[in-house]
Write a protein of this length. Sequence first.
Length: 68
Amino acid sequence: MWVLVRERIVGGYLGMLNNEPSAIAANEEFWLGTELPFSAKHVINIEEKDENTVALAREEPRRRWPKQ
């Protein structure tokens, strides 16, 4: 799954899912536009930002992850 990084947080990053996962059934927790935390150990590849990805990362997420 592709994630757009929105900000750095303690222990990693807060991002927003940027694709529809094909390996899991539709649900309310993890889907396109969902905000979620992750760390460097979850990263396989990094692509450079561009105008499109910056604009997408600034959009309001479909579902916010509760911050602690």
